[in-house]
Design a binder for this molecule. Structure first.
Ligand SMILES: Nc1ncnc2c1ncn2[C@@H]1O[C@H](COP(=O)(O)OP(=O)(O)O)[C@@H](O)[C@H]1O
Ligand SMILES: CC(C)(COP(=O)(O)O)[C@@H](O)C(=O)NCCC(=O)O
Length: 243
């Protein structure tokens, strides 16, 4: 069994896989990681391998915890990948983005694929039908936009995300929600349309913590898969076990 750990800027996602089958997934804060890890270990004592992907500065404590219990792979610049990476600054590329593209190459090897991860940031990652990763874009996520409006103004309040957002905001709260939620939805559709103009056949995946709220609003046809990154990390782990 494999334990998969994805440390993002907002939360830690964990999952247990038996070969390529996802058995269970979890979300935790970084502070509660040890507690969550103990629970998982008790439920799945058969875990023998683990993989860690992180976009935060220091995960040495997490690594110590993980390597005590299972053979640990830490995703880094020298990890073997199941696709060709054409990113010009691969040293600075987010490891989460490598994992997303790995999932793409497992499930859509021969397809042009745009992966949109709506997390702390919104990342766009494009893999072509020759299984080459070309790059994409980084844009502020929903919470980040809400926080930025509050932080950089004197009068705008910090608003909680709400599903019911009118196009025409009739109050400060609704204007902020309309700007952020309708703005991001329009951004996603606009970017997808531009990729479609360049690539006639294009598959689009939407993943990340804001998948649910955004998938209802995007007009283009997309596959919503909240576990895409975890599946990619599991694939990288399986791929490296056999190298
Ligand atoms: N319980 C939660 N705590 C924090 N963010 C949440 C929660 N549920 C959904 N979200 C949404 O998830 C987004 C963060 O997504 P996530 O995939 O966890 O990010 P990251 O991979 O950067 O850690 C936020 O923009 C937020 O709107
Ligand atoms: C863009 C990101 C901050 C996204 O992180 P997330 O929102 O998933 O927590 C992360 O992928 C990152 O730190 N990237 C480094 C720069 C790059 O990918 O080129």
């Amino acid at each position: 069994m494999n334990l998969i750990v994805d440390v993002g800027n907002s939360s830690v996602k964990l999952a247990v896989f038996q070969d390529y089958k996802l058995l269970e997934s979890y979300t935790s804060s970084i502070e509660k990681f040890f507690e969550k890890f103990q629970e998982i270990k008790k439920d799945y004592p058969q875990i023998a391998f683990s993989i860690l992907s992180s976009v935060i500065k220091d995960t040495s404590e997490l690594e110590k915890i993980l390597e005590k219990e299972a053979k640990l792979y830490v995703l880094n610049e020298s990890t073997k990948l199941p696709f060709k990476n054409n990113y010009a600054s691969s040293q600075t590329l987010g490891k989460d983005r490598l994992a997303l593209v790995a999932a793409g190459s497992l499930k859509f090897q021969d397809e042009n694929l745009l992966i949109i991860d709506a997390g702390t940031c919104i990342t766009f990652d494009f893999k072509n039908n020759a299984n080459e990763y070309l790059g994409g874009a980084i844009s502020p996520g929903l919470q980040m936009r809400l926080k930025a409006l509050n932080h950089f103004t004197a009068k705008l309040p910090l608003v909680d995300l709400d599903e019911n957002v009118p196009l025409i905001g009739d109050s400060t709260q609704n204007s902020i929600l309309s700007g952020v939620l309708n703005g991001v939805s329009a951004e996603l559709d606009g970017i997808i349309d531009r990729y479609k103009a360049g690539y006639k056949y294009l598959t689009v995946i939407l993943t990340g913590g804001d998948t649910q709220i955004l998938s209802k609003r995007v007009k283009n046809s997309i596959f919503a898969n909240p576990n895409f990154l975890l599946e990619g990390l599991n694939y990288i782990l399986e791929f490296n076990k056999t190298q």
